[in-house]
Design a protein around this ligand. Structure first.
Ligand SMILES: [Fe+2]
Ligand SMILES: [Fe+2]
Length: 162
């Protein structure tokens, strides 16, 4: 296997390990295993550093205009091609929970494509407003959290500000 292919495999693995360890940390915290939670969070951080090195080696990090364009392309692929098929397949399997997860993600990724596009149009005169992320479905709002999430219906209080 070429080094480029190995970098791609390593990037995918380390990226997944990062999110998996954060989920494990949350579970450990809920169960009172504070030290395990700490170690999972520390290792998750280290896996992020590895993923960043591989992104750099793969030449995937460009200037912000190019990065926004790539992000728009990725999100658009997800909400127009990937998730519609996943929603249908989950429905065909009778897996309502997965169907809902894919439907939520589809709508959120469409929102991300729109947010990235509008920022790309005004990158040099963007005004410093915050973004708010629904901690249930990931819906991402600009400037203020909505009273109820338009995707999952959860209340304003559980949005996280960035
Ligand atoms: Fe997204
Ligand atoms: Fe939501």
């Amino acid at each position: 296997m070429s080094t480029e292919e190995n970098l791609k495999i390593a990037l995918a693995g380390e990226s997944q390990a990062n999110r998996t360890y954060l989920a494990f940390a949350k579970k450990a915290e809920e169960d009172g295993h504070t030290q395990a939670a700490k170690l999972f969070r520390a290792a998750a951080d280290a896996e992020t550093i590895h993923a960043m090195m591989y992104l750099e080696r793969l030449g995937r990090i460009k200037d912000t205009t190019e990065n926004l364009k790539e992000a728009i392309g990725g999100e658009t692929h997800e909400y127009t091609e990937m998730y519609p098929g996943f929603v249908d397949a989950a429905a065909a399997d009778g897996d309502g929970e997965s169907k809902l997860a894919f439907r939520w993600a589809l709508r959120v990724e469409e929102g991300h494509a729109n947010l990235y596009s509008s920022l790309l149009d005004k990158l040099d005169k963007a005004d410093g407003g915050s973004y708010f992320v629904c901690q249930t479905c990931g819906w991402t709002a600009e400037d203020m959290a909505p009273d109820g999430c338009p995707v999952c219906g959860r209340p304003k209080e559980q949005f996280k500000e960035f």
